[in-house]
Design a protein around this ligand. Structure first.
Ligand SMILES: [Zn+2]
Length: 402
């Protein structure tokens, strides 16, 4: 393809809104706008990737560090749209909001009788645990919702040291929204001092750790008061006990028990759907240097960046046209920089765009029947006889991997 058919829009400056290096280089190379819109060159890369994506090992051949489970494939990235957990020991990987994990029940103790205590100004778990001088895991946290489908009041209990996952809750009871203060009052609960003890007409849902945690402190449904020693099953009966809480950094892997790590990631594939723009970003994050992109041949829409430097005696342009035709005839993908730009501009753009091999047709070389061949990554320029170009390009491509 010629630059007249694929206008090059490289940028001199790193965009000041670049959240990651990869994004910055994609903008500078003219693949994306600063507003993250695709430009023609970016479209070319995506089309190239799309055309190769019928192969199931497609992602694996792009030299990217990946984490995956049977449903989704992730690329770890601090600005990624998903939060995932991963086990470095067995490689278990899942979205954080639905990730199962191994829970450690409390040491068992005999249920003690309920006791109502005055707990002034303790509307939060922190304040309550401090006031009673108890660890947070000895408290019950209450969350109140209304089910969208039928308007049913949903009272959720998780242990005080845990965080509810609304995604897990939705899997159990369906779509919910936060309950209004009227709905809370109608159920008999008191905001800030709520518990399922003594409620009327509530769908009580508890995390599966709650029935295994005896003698939890919970609200007394009266402002300023809590109940000591509430026991699920004795003082209230849940309709559902299920896993409802978020995995955290350091919680135990559900497969092998080792600590999970928590990180952000970009989703590159969900089921069999590839997210090509995210794949492009992942490629740029992992394949760049301080001059621009260094895409591997498996991801580069053009294997060769062909350019000519105007000569004083020889017609380098005509020779470049010949080479362009010959490379294309040999099935090599070429971006032919046929612009009337200074050599420095072309060299710079070649580095930014990062085709695996740059071929430069210049007067000095041509006098010896040679052109310059420079692999983008190693950067070692060499003069190659015209008749050996093809062989050299194929060799350079092979050195970069499949
Ligand atoms: Zn594991």
């Amino acid at each position: 393809m010629r630059c007249r058919d694929l206008p090059i829009q490289t940028q001199r400056e790193f965009p000041n809104n670049a959240r990651t290096q990869g994004f910055g280089w994609l903008v500078r190379a003219g693949c994306l706008t600063r507003e993250n819109q695709l430009l023609p060159l970016g479209e070319q890369v995506l089309n190239w990737l799309r055309a190769r994506s019928s192969d199931t090992s497609f992602l694996l051949r792009l030299s990217l560090p990946l984490l995956s489970n049977p449903d989704e494939t992730y690329f770890p990235l601090s600005t990624g749209s998903a939060e995932i957990v991963n086990c470095p020991a067995c490689n278990f990987t899942a979205r954080r909001d639905i990730a199962p994990f191994k829970k450690t029940p409390f040491s068992q103790e005999a249920p003690l009788p309920l006791e109502k205590v005055l707990t002034p100004e303790c509307p939060t778990i922190e304040a309550l645990a401090n006031f009673l001088n108890l660890p947070k895991e000895k408290t019950a946290k209450a969350l109140m919702f209304t089910r969208v489908a039928d308007g049913r009041f949903v009272f959720v209990v998780v242990r005080g040291d845990m965080t509810l996952s609304e995604a897990k809750l939705r899997q159990v009871v369906g779509e919910v929204r936060l309950a209004t203060s009227e709905e809370v009052a109608k159920s008999g609960a008191a905001a800030g001092y709520a518990s399922p003890v003594g409620l009327t007409d509530a769908l009580i849902v508890v995390d599966d750790l709650v029935p295994q945690s005896p003698n939890l402190v919970a609200g007394a449904n009266e402002a300023g008061y809590h109940l000591l020693h509430t026991n699920c099953g004795r003082d209230y009966t849940p309709e559902v006990a299920a896993d409802l809480v978020l995995a955290d950094a350091g919680t135990a892997c559900p497969q092998c028990g080792n600590p999970l790590s928590l990180q952000r990631a970009e989703i590159l594939a969900a089921r069999s759907e590839f997210h090509f723009k995210e794949i492009l970003l992942a490629l740029a994050e992992t394949h760049h240097d301080d001059k621009g992109l260094t895409l591997p041949p498996s991801a580069a829409p053009f294997q060769v960046y062909l350019m000519q430097v105007p000569g004083k005696e020889l017609d380098t342009r005509a020779k470049a046209e010949e080479i362009y035709a010959a490379l294309q005839a040999a099935g090599i993908t070429v971006l032919f920089d046929d612009r009337d730009e200074r050599a420095g501009v072309k060299f710079n753009d070649a580095d930014l765009i990062g085709c695996p091999v740059r071929v430069t047709v210049g007067e000095r070389g041509l006098k010896e029947g040679k052109v310059e061949v420079k692999p983008r990554r190693s950067g070692e320029n060499q003069l190659v006889l015209l008749e050996n170009i093809m062989e050299e390009i194929i060799k350079q491509g092979a050195q970069h991997g499949k």
